[in-house]
Design a protein around this ligand. Structure first.
Ligand SMILES: C[S@@+](CC[C@H](N)C(=O)[O-])C[C@H]1O[C@@H](n2cnc3c(N)ncnc32)[C@H](O)[C@@H]1O
Length: 288
């Protein structure tokens, strides 16, 4: 089932995302200076209030555009090769049935989209608002077995205004994306709208480990070590790997996200911690 409105565009179309904030103001980088090196998307001050930043969407898009090429490598290395296992867990939670339509939102370079395409699903639509990430997803797709790749369609679009018809999907997923969305509640409402009654929502997101010693180690790793090594690998100047731990630490807690999912109208919302609680996988149903 292809995307339905003209907001959707093949990933090779460099038009701005729907509702995009590609305004002169949004695209002008902040002046460089202490705490804000040249090329940075986020200043130190921005990072303290990033979820309230009115320019968050545009900054997130610029940040992913700048790290796209090393994104997969950094994921593998810094998750100690766990990230694909987390995505496979999410796919199992979705209980995909023969002929299902899956929409993978904030699909990035397509790792979760591809994992869904290996199930009996008939069609998998990957949607993201960063052209550079979708370009890489398309390159990867071209290298895959045609029987799997032919199920996948990539389209440019905003999680807050999906280019999909009401009740058109059996599964909606979002991996490591909901935290990056300007207004997560708006995205949840969109996920509800496009799911069929009885459809499954699956969310993967970083979490704060509950066990104190694990949390201390993870804080050191994600807050100090990883920003340095990931920045080296990607030669990043955007500040993406300083943004990552800050955005996880200040995003909704597991209980808050479960409540937000419930408030949207989903039922049976539950979460499972993965890898000592570093990541959580949420699953909920649109009532039948
Ligand atoms: C951390 S990456 C996750 C990519 C992929 N899901 C994965 O598992 O690797 C986050 C992605 O969310 C996308 N994104 C953030 N906000 C978005 C929005 N409002 N609409 C669409 N995509 C968005 C970014 O462009 C980026 O590709």
């Amino acid at each position: 089932m292809p995307p339905t409105t003209d907001e959707s565009a093949r990933s090779t179309n460099p038009s701005p995302p729907s509702g995009g904030a590609e305004t002169a103001k949004g695209t002008t980088p902040p002046p460089s200076g202490p705490g804000n090196p040249e090329g940075a998307v986020w200043s130190d001050t921005d990072l303290e209030t990033l979820h309230q930043d009115g320019q968050k969407a545009e900054k997130v898009r610029r940040m992913f555009a700048s790290i796209a090429r090393s994104y997969d490598l950094n994921n593998r290395v810094h998750s100690l090769w766990r990230d694909q296992a987390w995505r496979r867990f999410a796919v199992r939670q979705a209980e995909v049935r023969e002929g299902d339509t899956v929409a993978d939102i904030a699909c990035g370079t397509g790792d979760l989209t591809e994992a869904f395409a290996r199930t009996p699903a008939a069609a998998v639509i990957g949607i993201d608002f960063t052209h550079e990430m979708l370009q890489l997803a398309d390159v990867k797709k071209a290298r895959r077995d045609p029987s799997m790749a032919s199920k996948i369609t990539y389209a440019r679009g905003d999680a807050q205004r999906l280019p999909l018809a009401d009740a058109s999907c059996d599964v909606v997923s979002i991996a490591f994306g909901i935290r990056n969305v300007q207004e997560p509640e708006r995205a949840l409402a969109e996920f509800f709208r496009v799911l069929k009654p009885g459809g499954r929502l699956v969310i993967l997101e970083f979490d704060r480990p509950r066990l104190a010693p694990v949390r201390w180690i993870n804080d050191f790793y994600a807050g100090w070590l990883m920003p340095r090594t990931a920045t080296l690998i990607s030669r990043d100047r955007s500040g993406a790997y300083r943004y990552l731990p800050k955005s996880v630490g200040s995003f909704m807690s597991r209980d808050e996200l479960l409540s937000a999912i419930g408030r949207t109208g989903f039922e049976d919302a539950r979460a499972r911690g993965l890898t000592l609680g570093i990541v959580a996988c949420y699953r909920a149903l649109r009532p039948a």
